[in-house]
Write a protein that binds this ligand. Structure first.
Ligand SMILES: Nc1ncnc2c1ncn2[C@@H]1O[C@H](COP(=O)(O)OP(=O)(O)OP(=O)(O)O)[C@@H](O)[C@H]1O
Ligand SMILES: [Mg+2]
Length: 437
């Protein structure tokens, strides 16, 4: 998928100043560029190089944008094209969309807007693994993440729930020398403690009741690659000691096994807890904390990078429109303002869910404020009608239990006999947020 990223973007404009400006803006996004002065010039260049997409002006001498677009569609069917149209020429914009432009940008436009459009078109090409951000702090974090990818440093990625920690972990693996080797994620919150050791390190046949076969653990599966210890803060103290040993000795013992097995592994971990604080309070081993946080990365909450709200929303609108077979073009001004004003305690995951519901509800070309109305109070959850009764009861039970224990998810999970992870997932699904007490 990343192959498309490597292809340059073709920029077509007769105005040299405009060309330079476009070039600079797009290169800043990390894409290569090739420039052409008019349609004819562009067609010649198209013959020689595969491009990721085209950005073209409309009014140009020799061959105007519209004839260029028609010709281009004949030659390369699917290439995405962003058309820049003159101020106030709405008919023009409609016409270019009919001729197969992917999107248009009306003059005058801010570079921010251009960047977003190009970005979202490229996104459509590269799938949902891409990390969307126009926030300076976030971009810096991603740069750092890319830079440390190639080393074998242990990285602790921490931040609130739903901020994109797992996405960053995957990003690090994809940019590492281990990218063709396995990436194995273990959710430390989802697996009951008594099964966790065998999940991580495997077991030999007959090593305990129920061990009817040999099992290869996640560490062995991830050998030569990367292991992600997701939600490491949920790991029991006993297992933390074992994990520390593995990290120090670089070898594992299968449960009931007689030999140690050497492993070569890159360890990444995530947490939404303050592990340092937990370690000072005796809830997390201090030595393990230092071992894991060789390189800590803090992922800021969405409310501290509000400039990402709209680009992310557009990204999710694209994603869910494609998924739900809708032809949504974006947000109305009011709906954008609504999203920008919200607090987003559930961060990007919450935003993603809100957009998902809005895309489901929307009837027009743009998401309007009405499409969010269900999110101002109790959000609706897409449920199968026949299951609605049970779902509703489950929701009531979870919310009531949480209230009873003052929002303490660990306690609620214990009472209900489910994992903390399940509680979190359910809360995300309901669009509810309970701050950790
Ligand atoms: N910058 C981003 N661009 C695009 N999608 C994003 C971005 N950040 C997060 N997402 C999406 O938001 C969702 C939550 O991200 P992720 O699972 O990585 O977060 P997390 O911090 O691990 O959350 P949790 O604590 O709930 O496990 C995912 O669907 C992910 O694809
Ligand atoms: Mg996660």
């Amino acid at each position: 998928m990343e192959v498309t990223m490597a292809k340059p973007i073709l920029l077509v404009d007769d105005d040299p100043q405009m060309r330079d400006a476009l070039k600079e803006a797009i290169q800043r996004l990390g894409h290569g560029t090739v420039v052409a002065e008019n349609g004819q010039d562009a067609l010649t260049k198209l013959g020689n190089t595969p491009f990721a997409m085209v950005v073209t002006d409309m009014q140009m001498p020799k061959m105007d944008g519209l004839s260029f677009l028609k010709e281009l569609r004949k030659r390369v069917g699917k290439l995405p094209v962003l058309v820049i149209t003159g101020f106030g020429t709405v008919e023009n914009a409609v016409e270019v969309m009919k001729e197969g432009a992917t999107d248009y940008l009306m003059k005058p436009f801010s570079f921010d807007k251009l960047t977003r459009k190009v970005h979202s078109i490229m996104e459509g090409l590269t799938g949902s693994r891409e990390i969307v951000s126009t926030n300076a702090r976030m971009i810096r974090i991603l740069q750092i993440a890319s830079e440390i990818s190639t080393s074998d440093t242990t990285v602790l990625i921490y931040g609130e729930s739903g901020t994109g920690k797992e996405l960053i972990a995957r990003h690090i693996h994809r940019h590492s020398n281990r990218k063709d080797k396995p990436f194995v994620a273990v959710n430390c919150a989802a697996i009951p403690d008594n099964l966790m050791e065998s999940e991580l390190f495997g077991h030999e046949k007959g090593s305990f009741t129920g061990a009817t076969d040999r099992k290869i653990g996640k560490f062995e599966l991830a050998n030569d690659g990367t292991i992600l210890l997701d939600e490491i803060g949920e790991m029991s103290m006993g297992l933390q000691a074992k994990l520390l040993r593995v990290l120090q000795e670089k070898e594992i013992d299968r449960v009931g096994g007689r030999h140690t097995i050497p492993i070569n592994i890159r360890v990444l971990a995530t947490t939404n807890r303050d592990l340092y604080k937990e370690s000072t309070e005796g809830n997390f081993r201090e030595d393990l904390y230092y071992r894991l946080s060789v390189f800590p990365i803090h992922v800021p909450p969405l409310r501290e990078r509000a400039d990402d709200i709209i680009p992310l929303s557009e990204h999710f609108i694209k994603k869910f429109s494609a998924l739900l077979n809708k032809e949504l073009k974006g947000l109305t001004k009011e709906s954008a303002e609504f999203l920008e004003a919200k607090q987003w305690r559930g961060n990007i995951r919450e935003l993603e869910n809100v957009i998902h519901r809005a895309v489901l509800l929307s009837k027009g070309e743009f998401i309007t404020i009405d499409d969010f109305m269900c999110d101002t109070d109790t959000p609706i959850v897409a449920v199968d009608n026949s299951a609605k009764g049970i779902k509703e009861m489950e929701k009531d039970l979870i919310l009531k239990t949480l209230k009873d224990v003052n929002g303490n998810k660990t306690k609620a999970a214990k009472i209900l006999g489910v994992s903390v992870r399940t509680i979190r997932n359910k809360l995300n699904e309901y669009g509810k947020f309970f701050p950790d007490p």
